[in-house]
Write a protein that binds this ligand. Structure first.
Ligand SMILES: [Zn+2]
Length: 577
């Protein structure tokens, strides 16, 4: 069927020619085609994620925005001569995943370091073998870096030590971070280069672990301790960081991720991302939090830094924005550094964890950030850390209300009834990490007991109290695919024991999908432009190989991502489906 063509200005041509001073005429355009969708996905199960969680059959995109959602017959009528028609053949489409909290460059770099999170690393000797393989191909004296080890996944169930590593690396400094990034182990060569000996005094807020004779074992707790090593490792340059971002984009798109809330940008990282964006290679929307590492800088430096950054969170475009101020208050549960209300039941007695930033310093910086109008997000894992952070938030709120400013906590495993009230009243959100329940839940049980673990990250309670929550992996801490986080939120099964950690905190697939889409969008003030498949929103969508709403929850991790669309453009496809 031929399409009608409308010529713009047909009636006026004579007059125009008289008035245009001989300039060339604007050529006629096909008006209908210019308003027709560029892309129509039809014949699918479109899980819109709108308020009613309605299901559609088709969706149309024009430019980077969704222009129509509905039934096949209605949308097919919108087809123009240039519209790309994609037959979904009954497949399920969901909104693009909006990752609530992860570390993109770390993930990208991790793709290049020794990966000790690999499930094939089951014993200490496996771990050492992985290091040995890398040592062999690394010039003598150069650093060998690895990440992702977790003692609870090793048969020996103990931390690696310098002596384990020395066997295969007499000439190379070796530095391996634990999966939580709150603990690291270094070999003797690295300790020697850092000047860490039996006589080294303990840094404030961290610990150089020593054996009964007072000799450092190589294990370093928290940044003030492992920072002594990290400062010696050459920082990745701009080019290497750009490569890491590109590698991560590819990996994230393959997992259906179209947006992330990045847990910590150095100021130069904005340039890294901007360059990747300008090269048209930034295929994930990034909200980059401003890392304010109070453990490494003085208050005056922090204040100067805050005052130096002109624009606030929200500055940027749909692809790249400046995020919230990010401060780390405590550590993690697996390494017993999260700040708890009751002591850990394993390890040394009376250990409540570590408060990385003194209360008065936190207060000083947050009060200032509030006055300056910043959005604030704080890593607060343990219950005592939540209490201490919310105490400061309340003080700030009394001076200048924070409601509507979408401040949030990261992790917040153990909220008290009073915490729920404060979160609700000040409209403070929580960036939850459902995947932790699966991947590190066994260490929760081991270190804090089964009862504590059954309420850790109480997703159901958060939703019941009307708290805004997002879902994220904190990757590279746990693997980034959101499908794994959804599985964990729905089943709460731990990886090793397969125990269900707190059945009454399991949430529905619908709710889990929401926190991994709309939840993340809320935290970046973008819930009006993304997070669901609705007219007027960005065309960020994922085609899944199975219907996530009806599949057996145990099968969710196996659901393949078939294609990912960012602003209506396909940025990933497994194969033509
Ligand atoms: Zn993080």
């Amino acid at each position: 069927m031929s399409k009608p063509v409308f010529c713009v200005g047909g009636q006026m041509s004579q007059k125009n020619i008289e008035n245009d001073g001989g300039r060339p005429r604007h050529t006629a355009i096909n008006l209908l085609d210019s308003i027709k969708p560029d892309l129509i996905l039809y014949n699918g199960k479109v899980v819109t994620g709108d308020n009613n969680f309605s299901i559609a059959e088709a969706v149309a995109v024009k430019g980077d925005k969704i222009v129509a959602v509905g039934q096949n017959a209605d949308l097919k009528r919108l087809e123009g001569t240039k519209t790309e028609m994609v037959d979904l053949k009954g497949k399920t489409v969901i909104p693009g995943f909006n990752e609530g909290h992860l570390h993109m460059i770390t993930v990208g770099q991790g793709l290049m370091k020794v990966n000790l999170q690999d499930p094939r690393v089951r014993t200490m000797s496996d771990l050492v073998q992985e290091v040995k393989k890398r040592v062999k191909i690394t010039p003598s004296g150069k650093w060998v870096e690895g990440w992702g080890w977790d003692q609870s996944k090793l048969d020996e169930n103990r931390f690696p030590t310098r002596w384990d590593l020395d066997k295969v690396s007499p000439d190379h400094p070796v530095y391996l971070t634990r999966t939580c990034f709150h603990i690291a182990v270094a070999n003797s060569k690295a300790l020697e280069m850092a000047g860490i000996t039996s006589d080294t005094t303990q840094p404030e807020g961290g610990e150089i672990v020593k054996d009964e004779k007072g000799v450092p074992t190589g294990v370093l707790l928290e940044r003030p301790a492992f920072g002594l090593i990290e400062k010696l490792i050459p920082k990745p340059d701009l080019r290497q960081k750009k490569e890491a971002v590109k590698a991560a984009c590819k990996a994230f798109n393959g997992a259906g991720i179209t947006s992330i809330n990045d847990g910590g940008f150095e100021v130069e990282d904005y340039q890294v991302y901007q360059e990747v964006m300008n090269e048209q290679r930034l295929t994930v929307r990034v909200y980059g939090m401003v890392r304010l590492e109070l453990r490494e800088i003085s208050d005056d430096q922090a204040i100067a830094y805050l005052q130096y950054i002109g624009p606030r969170n929200g500055f940027g475009n749909d692809l790249l924005k400046i995020g919230a101020i990010k401060i780390t208050m405590d550590g993690g549960v697996g390494g017993r550094t999260a700040l708890m209300r009751t002591p850990y039941i394993t390890g040394k007695p009376n250990n409540f964890g570590i408060q990385s930033v003194a209360q008065d310093r936190l207060r000083r910086i947050i009060m200032l950030a509030n006055r300056m109008g910043w959005q604030v997000a704080i890593h607060a894992a343990g219950g005592k850390a939540i209490d201490n952070v919310l105490a400061v938030f309340k003080e700030a709120d009394a001076e200048k209300p924070i409601k509507g400013r979408r401040w949030y906590l990261v992790h917040a495993y153990d909220p008290s009834p009073e915490n729920f009230e404060d979160l609700k009243r000040m409209e403070v959100g929580v960036a939850t990490n459902p995947s932790f329940i699966h991947f590190v839940g066994d260490s929760f049980i081991f270190n804090m007991g089964k009862e504590w673990a059954s309420h850790a990250s109480p997703l159901k309670d958060y939703l019941r109290h009307g708290i805004h929550i997002s879902g994220g992996s904190d990757a590279a801490v746990t693997p980034y695919p959101p499908i794994l986080g959804i599985y964990a939120a729905v089943t709460r099964k731990t990886q090793l024991s397969k125990d269900v950690a707190g059945k009454d905190q399991c949430i529905s697939v619908e709710d889990a999908l929401r926190i991994f889409t709309m939840g993340g969008a809320w935290m970046t003030f973008e819930d009006k432009i993304k997070g669901s498949i609705e007219k007027g929103k960005l065309g960020d969508m994922v085609v899944l190989g199975e219907d996530i709403l009806s599949v057996d929850p145990d099968q969710i991790p196996e659901i393949p991502v078939l294609a990912t669309f960012l602003g209506g453009k396909m940025v990933y496809t497994e194969k033509k489906f």
